[in-house]
Ligand binder design. Structure first.
Ligand code: DHB
Length: 388
């Protein structure tokens, strides 16, 4: 098989890259080791920056998003028995959208297939080759047959545990890491969210987040130990803890818990994000802790930059955008890292003592929810830094 660009994995990054390339007249094939049903069902963070929603709409994959996404003007930060609003719409004229990553994946798969795109689901033993030369290859097994895609470039969109990054020779990449001493217990429940917008809670028993997926579906998170066993939490314990940490700022309606699981928290960046003709995008190159939900948004920014660079290569023979890919992406990635780290350190409980850092955190939250300048800075980062 032959395509101009071979793409590893059908997550939001790989699918959006393939879609943008198609619109630019560039062919691609996606290889995915999971089934289509798995890709379309996995619940992940559900918060989309303003420009990402605009890009989905502008490129023709935003129809369902326009109908079903919940459009939010801002967020609340709760502490000391009070929920303080930060109104992005008033501060910077932008919104954020609640639309689960799995819905983005579902819409993009449908669109790629309708446009004649090729996606090999259930691929086995995928590997990437010869990307330091002019003719890279992706090899895999599909329905018992060995397959090879010959391409000009490879998009490594295969996440943190993918095969693309480790295929780059030792000594080329530098990694930067931060592991946090806590995790999130994530819950999906059939219950109305306590507010029409998100509430981030700083509480002496730990952080809690009240998000949602639909008017009667809540997505809730509790700070927990990084190795917490989700099964040890009974439904009643979960609701009691959520109610305590919400601190009485809103009434909380309980409902059936549909899913629970623990998310680890880490920050990770590798530099550069490219080697030869292999370009890494999204989680394959960087991981953020979930606070602020930057993961998918940063992945979308990477593939926007990459699709434009490939378009410049094919249409006008310009190589500078491709050589500059990593530098362009990393300046945004590090700002996303800074913001995610900052939200995480500000809102999580690091100690049960009322010590210096706890006092400092309270002062920071008080400042961030009271100062017009600080609220504007939070709003600008949360709703998404300018893209173009
Ligand atoms: C969600 C997740 C986040 O990490 C966040 O900051 C906001 C929302 C979510 O899954 O809804």
């Amino acid at each position: 098989m032959r395509a101009q660009v071979g793409i590893v994995r059908a997550g939001p990054a790989g699918l959006m890259l393939s879609h943008l390339l198609h619109l630019a007249g560039i062919s691609s094939i996606i290889v995915e080791d999971r089934s289509r049903a798995y890709c379309e069902a996995r619940v992940r963070a559900g918060l989309m920056e303003h420009w990402v929603a605009q890009m989905l709409i502008a490129t023709g994959v935003g129809e369902r998003l326009k109908r079903e996404a919940m459009v939010h003007d801002g967020i609340h930060i709760a502490f000391g028995g009070e929920a303080r609003p930060i109104d992005f719409n008033r501060l910077i004229g932008k919104h954020v959208y609640i639309y689960d990553q799995k819905e983005v994946v579902t819409d993009l798969i449908a669109r790629r297939l309708a446009d004649g795109g090729e996606i090999f689901f259930d691929a086995e033993g995928t590997s990437v080759h010869d990307f330091d030369g002019a003719s890279p290859k992706i090899r895999f097994r599909h329905q018992g047959h060995a397959q090879e895609i010959e391409c000009d470039f490879i998009g490594g969109c295969d996440g943190f545990h993918g095969i693309c990054r480790p295929s780059i020779p030792a000594g080329v990449l530098n990694g930067y890491d931060r592991i946090y001493p806590f995790g999130w217990l994530g819950i999906l429940s059939e219950s109305p969210p306590p507010d029409k917008e998100l509430i981030y809670c700083f509480h002496e028993r730990g952080f809690a987040l009240f998000s949602m997926r639909a008017p009667m579906v809540s997505r809730l998170y509790l700070q927990c130990a990084p190795d917490e066993d989700a099964e040890k939490w009974s439904d009643a314990q979960i609701w009691d803890e959520l109610e305590t940490r919400l601190g009485g700022v809103r009434p909380l309606k309980r409902g059936t818990i549909l899913q629970k699981g623990v998310t680890p928290m880490r920050s990770h960046v590798i530099e550069p994000m490219q080697h030869g003709r292999l370009f890494l995008a999204g989680d394959a190159a960087h991981i953020v802790p979930p606070t602020g939900a930057k993961g998918m948004n940063l992945a979308m920014a990477d593939v926007r930059v990459l699709s434009r660079a490939l378009e410049a290569h094919y249409k006008s023979g310009r190589e500078d955008f491709l050589t500059g890919y990593s530098g362009t992406c990393l300046s945004r990635v590090w700002k996303g890292q800074r913001f995610s780290w900052w939200m995480t350190q500000m809102l999580h409980r690091h100690s049960s003592e009322m010590d210096f850092d706890t006092k400092r955190q309270i002062a920071e939250i008080d400042y961030v929810t009271g100062s017009e300048a600080a609220m504007t800075s939070l709003a600008e980062n949360y709703a998404g830094l300018p893209m173009d």
